[in-house]
Design a protein around this ligand. Structure first.
Ligand code: GLN
Length: 199
């Protein structure tokens, strides 16, 4: 069994656990403390509110433990708010600098709430390099506006107000999606994460 941890401090971690249950050979692990990370083969940081997830991670001592996992080469996928937390540079479309806590593990710049408010949420197909067509649900999503160093954008979304911006990025063992794979029933991104765990 491949053990996939899901950070469970805030946001839609239950939906990720349910999605992971659909995959054969996968055992989802609820991660609330650093102890829960001891034997995971991959990790998911879910969507939700990135400021809240970031501060709770810090309170629970998960931040250092996740940085340690990343350095050990364990695949980590951040989705939506999770993508924000993995990024090195973050601004909000409206308020600019947020000063929020970040793990700052990936050489990417993201704009929070890049597509507008909740009512501007949308669903579309994105083409992910190495994966193919993926159904993508964007909910108050960030946009990946820059990748440097070893980070690479694997998928773009073309939006009427923000133009063409990054939706998926990868840097070695770190993967981000600005959409919600746990809500679409399309499991291809999880399969990709699992393939990274086997490398
Ligand atoms: N807008 C949220 C944030 O900036 C992310 C939204 C989400 O994860 N669905 O933290």
């Amino acid at each position: 069994m491949v053990k996939v941890g899901v950070v469970a401090v805030q946001g839609d971690f239950l939906e990720h656990i349910q999605a992971l249950r659909e995959l054969s050979g996968v055992e989802p692990v609820v991660v609330k403390s650093a102890r829960d990370l001891s034997d995971v083969d991959a990790l998911v940081i879910p969507g939700g509110e990135s400021t809240t997830i970031g501060s709770l991670m810090r309170v629970k001592g998960l931040d250092a433990a996740i940085v340690d996992l990343a350095e050990r080469g364990i695949p980590i996928m951040g989705t939506c708010a999770g993508a924000i937390i993995l990024a090195k540079r973050v601004v909000d479309r409206v308020v600019g600098e947020t000063g929020q806590f970040l793990l700052s593990l990936m050489d990417i710049a993201v704009v929070r709430n890049a597509f507008g408010r909740q009512r501007e949420s949308f669903t579309t197909d994105v083409y992910v390099d190495g994966v193919g067509k993926v159904r993508a649900i964007f909910i108050r999503a960030p946009a990946i506006v820059e990748a440097w160093g070893e980070a690479r954008i694997l998928a773009y979304v073309d939006h009427y107000s923000s133009g063409k911006v990054g939706a998926v990025a990868i840097e070695r063992n770190l993967l981000t999606t600005t959409f919600h794979p746990e809500l679409s029933g399309d499991l291809k991104i999880y399969e990709y994460l699992l393939s990274m765990a086997k490398r």
